[in-house]
Write a protein that binds this ligand. Structure first.
Ligand code: NCD
Length: 302
């Protein structure tokens, strides 16, 4: 499997076999505190948008592999404030680093950068477009909790229109034989463009509006945050932000194997009493990010 020196901009840059291979390697690395395979290598971290998990799990993954991390989170202390372009900034960072991890609010920017960069670029989220490493983490969590991905019913709930984690996940799930239930109010359902794309990828999906209708059917319930930062008006956001709130009580008729996932951060869409149930898996899911990102960095850099 040849992943060396490749960029990862969209989850569809990987084949299903390549995804399965990354997940397999992550499984082997899980629980292994350190593996010094990337000693002397440097990861350049460029975060133009807020991040907790993605940035810190990449940081932890690189350090556990014996490598180092440079970079910034927010541009306040960088020359971007002086008017430097992203391409000039990337040109500099790639002269110090072996791989660049980048998050930016503009859709398509990671791809643009990867076309001129000499080092591999990992897209850690470009606006509402893609977040491929989150998808690897999500697929890993699905397989880990269910023992398989094929054959499952997966409900995806919330802001399907603006969420890059959802957008990428749908593209990834299209490689598998799954039944996807897309649960959203009309204004947060997939756009026509998104719908056409996932249809073209061959995803088996149906659209629903009521969360209650999918709770006894799903094996995986993937909750999402309404993406406040992507709305044009705050009123529009306020109208939909509390549309779905999952409580422990609502899970009483759920299948025993149902696991609730969420890319996090959660705002109000899962109440804290769900955390105590056997269905909650979002914090473990986030913890798996270190092994998954270790596996990916290893494959891109060695
Ligand atoms: C997601 C993101 O940034 O797209 N967060 C993450 O990376 N775990 C989801 C979100 O912010 O809602």
């Amino acid at each position: 499997m040849k992943l060396k020196n490749r960029s990862l901009i969209s989850i569809r840059d990987l084949t299903r076999d390549e995804i399965d291979y990354v997940l397999h390697r992550a499984h082997l690395l899980e629980g292994m505190p350190r593996e010094e395979k990337l000693r002397g290598k440097v990861l350049g971290s460029m975060f133009f948008e807020p991040s907790t998990r993605t940035m810190l799990s990449f940081d932890t993954a690189m350090k556990r592999l014996g490598g180092n991390v440079i970079g910034f989170s927010g541009t306040e202390a960088t020359s971007i404030q002086k008017g430097e372009s992203i391409s000039d900034t990337v040109r500099m960072i790639e002269s110090y680093a072996d791989v660049i991890v980048m998050r930016h609010p503009q859709e398509g920017i990671a791809e643009e950068v990867s076309n001129v960069a000499k080092k591999p670029i990992i897209n850690a989220g470009d606006g509402k477009n893609q977040h491929p490493t989150q998808t690897l983490v999500d697929l890993y969590a699905i397989r880990k909790t269910q023992g398989r991905i094929d054959g499952l019913t997966i409900a995806i709930v919330g802001d399907l229109r603006h969420g890059r984690a959802v957008n990428s996940l749908l593209d990834g799930l299209a490689y598998y034989d799954v039944k996807v239930l897309l649960v959203a109010p009309p204004s947060l359902q997939l756009s026509e463009e998104q719908e056409a794309r996932v249809r073209e990828h061959g995803l088996d999906f149906t659209m629903r509006e009521k969360l209650e209708d999918v709770l006894d059917e799903a094996d995986v319930l993937y909750m999402t945050r309404v993406q406040k930062e992507r709305f044009k008006s705050i009123d529009e956001y306020e109208r939909v932000k509390d549309h779905y709130i999952l409580t422990a009580d609502m899970l009483r008729d759920a299948k025993e194997n149902l696991r609730v996932l969420h890319p996090l951060p959660r705002v109000c869409e899962i109440t804290e009493d769900v955390d105590q149930t056997s269905h909650a898996y979002y914090f473990q899911q986030a913890a798996h990010a270190v092994a998954v990102r270790m596996a990916l960095l290893n494959l891109l850099l060695t």
